[in-house]
Structure formats: structure tokens, C-alpha cells
Design a protein around this ligand. Structure first.
Ligand code: BG6
Length: 462
């Protein structure tokens, strides 16, 4: 065996409430539920989150399948819009409590450690309409009330919590690049929302530390790290990459681990008239409530160059004032998603965490490859032969292994995702799972990669 992983390494995969459960028995709507209701055409084949992968009804069979391919851990999320009845008081919905209790118990019964995340892009639409969602600090406060309820209800069994999944995607999708409802382009709001989400995460951690359950559990955050690589070694390209790293990665990573924002970013934002509003006390909350562990979602790097065309100011300030994307010739690409495949970054991330983030315990909380039309790869027994996924995961695991060998404190690897799930506006276009889903029948079938993973988990390596 060439690649042996540390003892008790986590093997599993991640999904989220809104992408797996279906909307069954849910009284409130998230921004995505609402968006689908008013604009179904914005979703591939007009498929929305109504049924998704039916996890609400089939979690027992689904968790048993995960167990059968070797999982010892898995992540999903608690939907704010399912658990909570009244967002202001954080009173609960009884069916929501019953449901999440059952999911957590079922995972534990199967020896699969549940990691529960509290926000996976699924802000309640009511809070957007009433307060402007993450533009409002009141929403940060309401989030911490929801989090407190989760710790009290499930903290006797859940040992790993995450406050947010990929908060920068909320900022980019909703306020910069127009891929999340309501597709606003507003740099100032983007910056304020980034601050408010950092505050919400810290406030949730503050509640966690007050809970008895924190004595035996840990809390973290899930960040999609997209290392920004400069086109060249020129001073200008390097400077562009530095800003991109600060805005896309470090704006959440630094407060989470170090309790402060990346050096210099506040000065730049202030000079350019878009700095967030904050109080001393809020800064203290962020400083005093750091994470115990980090989850890293890694799919693709960010290639960056200095601005070559003049920045288009017609929509006001945007981070692109400081850099431009660089379309690197010869890069390897996943044509279905258009994302670069660069496994080497897994090593760079590992070393960056080791050297610049106190070598905090971390795990790969998502990595994976979305492929369109996987039914083309069905064999005679009805199994999808997804060798490309096996190759993708193997290549990334090799670089992760190198980082671990050199001392990075990584304790697990989760693929996105256990069972093909609903993916925002791409819906079921690109499939990511170890287990396929027939949308017409809801039949779930283990792919070749699932059997491969089982062997990897049994051997704790390959
Ligand atoms: C991550 C998210 O960005 O990547 C998931 O945490 C998402 O929710 C996954 O589904 C794959 O991206 P996409 O856009 O292809 O679904």
C-alpha cells in the first residue's frame, strides 16, 4: 500500500438538507425554495427542491447504503426553515425536531459520525424579505438563536458542528456574480453581508461554548478554499492574487481561525468607500469565538492576473477592481462543470493550513466531480462505471497524503456527495454521488466509485 492515512481517518461524503431532503412537511421556504416557486425556468429541466433525493423519507435506507460502502462519517445540514417555527423566538417545529433526531440517531446507530451544518445557502426567505437577509445584523442574531436551539436539542449526540457552508458563495452568488436569488450586484452590500456572516458564525460559536454539550463536542466552519495563483511572478500579478486570496478565501478563514480579518483588507475597503459597519463589541465577539476545526471544500483553484482592461465602474465597486480571472492555457478541465482540475492545490492548502493557520485540525469536507449524462456509463448490470471519479478522487488524495506526511493536521476526506443530489440551479444536471439516483423511480444504485471507496476505507488508504 502506497498511501496509508492516519488512524481513525474520516471517510465519508457530504450533502445538505435543501439538496437531499425534499420539501416534505416543511412550513417555511428558503431563498431557493422561493426562487424555484417564482421562477422554475431558472433551474435545469425545471427540477426544483420539492422531492430532491427524498432523504426526508428514505434516510434509513440511505444511511444504510452509505454504511455499506464504508462511511464512518457524513455531513448534512439542519434546515433553519424546517426546524424553526418562529424565527424571532426560535420556537421549534415538532416534526422538524422529530426528523433531525431520527437522522442523527440513525447515523450513530450505523457507526457513521454525523457532522451537522447550520447553514447551506438556505436562508429563510422571510428573513430576506423582512430584513434583507445577511445585510442585517438582526439576522446574525436570529441565526445564533437558531444555533443555540440546535445545540440544546441535539448536542448530547452531535459531536461535530459547522456554522456555515461556503459563506463566500452566498456573497458571490447573491451580491456579485448573480447566481443566487435575488441576483443583486452590489459590492457594498456584499462586504457588509460578509461581515455579518462572520459575526453570525462567531455568535453561534459563543452560544455553543455556553452549552454543556461543548465539553464533549467541537465546532467549525466549512470554507471552499480556492487558492489564488498568479499568472506570473510579476509584482502586479502577485498583488492581484494576494487581493483575490484575501477577498475569496481569507475574509472568512482568518476570522474563523485567528479571530481577525486579513491584514490590510479593511484599509483597502475603507479607502474605496465600501468598508462594513461594525462596533468594537462585534469585533471582540469575532476575536473571542474561534473555531475548533476547519472543513475545506476544494474543487478548483483561482487563476488570477492583474487588471488589463479598465475596471467597469457602472455597477459600482466590486472586488474585480483589483484582479481579473486568468484563463490559463493547457489547464485540465471538467467539461461538464467548466471547473479546472488541479489536484496539486490539495497539497498547497494542507501546507498553508499547517504554516499559517496554527496547523488547526481540518478535514476535506467536499471534493468531487459533477458529470452530465452519467447514464452513458451504465454497464450490463445497471452500474455506472465512473472511472473518471475514481481517478479524480485518487489524484486529490495523493496530494492530500503528501501534505499529511509533511505534518498537516488533516483528519478526513469527504466526497461531494453520497447520493446524487439536487444542485441549486443546475438541479440534477451534473451528478456527483458514489450512489446514483434515478429521478423517475427514486431507485438508488451504487456506482463503481462506491465499491472502490469501500476498499479504500477498509484499507485506510490505497
Ligand atoms: C459546493 C456546495 O459548492 O459544491 C454544494 O457546498 C454544491 O452545495 C457543490 O452542490 C457542487 O457544486 P454545483 O454548483 O455543481 O452543485
Amino acid at each position: 500500500m502506497n498511501y496509508k492515512f492516519p488512524e481513525n481517518f474520516w471517510w465519508g461524503a457530504a450533502t445538505s438538507g435543501p439538496q437531499a431532503e425534499g420539501r416534505f412537511n416543511k412550513k417555511h421556504r428558503s431563498v431557493f425554495d422561493y426562487w424555484y416557486d417564482i421562477e422554475p425556468d431558472a433551474f435545469f429541466d425545471k427540477v426544483g427542491p420539492d422531492i430532491a433525493s427524498n432523504f426526508y423519507n428514505s434516510y434509513k435506507e440511505d444511511i444504510a447504503m452509505m454504511k455499506s460502502i464504508g462511511f464512518n462519517s457524513f455531513r448534512t445540514s439542519i434546515q433553519w426553515t424546517r426546524l424553526i417555527d418562529d424565527f424571532e423566538t426560535a420556537s421549534v417545529d415538532e416534526d422538524g425536531v422529530r426528523y433531525y433526531n431520527s437522522v442523527i440517531d440513525e447515523a450513530i446507530k450505523n457507526g457513521v459520525t454525523p457532522v451537522m451544518c447550520l447553514h447551506h445557502f438556505d436562508l429563510p426567505i422571510e428573513l430576506y424579505e423582512k430584513y434583507g437577509g445577511w445585510e442585517s445584523k438582526h439576522v446574525s442574531y436570529l441565526f445564533s438563536k437558531f444555533a443555540k436551539v440546535c445545540f440544546e436539542l441535539f448536542g448530547d449526540r452531535v459531536k461535530y458542528w459547522a456554522t456555515f457552508n461556503e459563506p463566500i458563495v452566498v456573497i458571490e452568488g447573491q451580491y456579485i456574480n448573480e447566481f443566487h436569488y435575488p441576483k443583486v450586484v452590489d459590492g457594498k452590500k456584499a462586504v457588509q453581508a460578509a461581515f455579518n456572516i462572520n459575526l453570525a458564525s462567531a455568535k453561534a460559536i459563543e452560544e455553543f461554548r455556553k452549552c454543556e454539550c461543548s465539553k464533549t463536542a467541537k465546532i467549525g466552519i466549512i470554507l471552499n478554499l480556492t487558492p489564488a495563483y498568479p499568472r506570473s511572478n510579476s509584482k502586479e500579478d502577485i498583488k492581484a492574487a494576494e487581493f483575490a486570496n484575501k477577498f475569496n478565501n481569507r475574509i472568512f478563514l482568518d476570522p474563523a481561525v485567528h479571530g481577525r480579518f486579513p491584514d490590510g483588507i479593511e484599509e483597502i475597503l475603507e479607502r474605496e468607500g465600501v468598508l462594513w459597519e461594525n462596533t468594537e463589541e462585534e469585533m471582540k465577539t469575532i476575536e473571542n469565538n474561534k473555531i475548533d476545526f476547519l472543513g475545506v471544500n476544494y474543487y478548483q483553484p483561482l487563476r488570477v492576473k492583474k487588471r488589463e482592461s479598465e475596471f467597469d465602474n457602472s455597477k459600482g465597486w466590486l472586488p474585480y477592481k483589483h484582479f481579473e480571472g486568468y484563463d490559463m492555457p493547457g489547464k485540465k478541465i471538467n467539461p461538464h462543470r467548466g471547473w479546472e482540475i488541479y489536484p496539486e492545490a490539495m497539497y498547497d492548502i494542507a501546507i498553508n493550513i499547517r504554516d499559517n493557520y496554527n496547523n488547526i485540525p481540518w478535514y476535506v469536507s467536499e471534493n468531487g466531480m459533477g458529470v452530465y449524462g452519467e447514464e452513458k456509463f451504465l454497464n450490463e448490470e445497471g452500474m455506472i462505471v465512473d472511472d473518471y471519479r475514481i481517478e479524480f478522487a485518487t489524484d486529490h488524495l495523493k496530494f492530500l497524503h503528501k501534505g499529511i506526511t509533511e505534518g498537516s493536521n488533516c483528519f478526513g476526506y469527504h466526497l461531494w456527495t453520497p447520493i446524487d443530489c439536487w444542485s441549486w440551479s443546475n438541479a440534477y444536471r451534473n451528478r456527483y454521488g458514489f450512489i446514483s439516483l434515478d429521478l423517475n423511480t427514486q431507485k438508488k444504485t451504487i456506482k463503481k466509485s462506491g465499491y472502490w471507496y469501500k476498499r479504500v476505507t477498509e484499507n485506510n488508504g490505497f
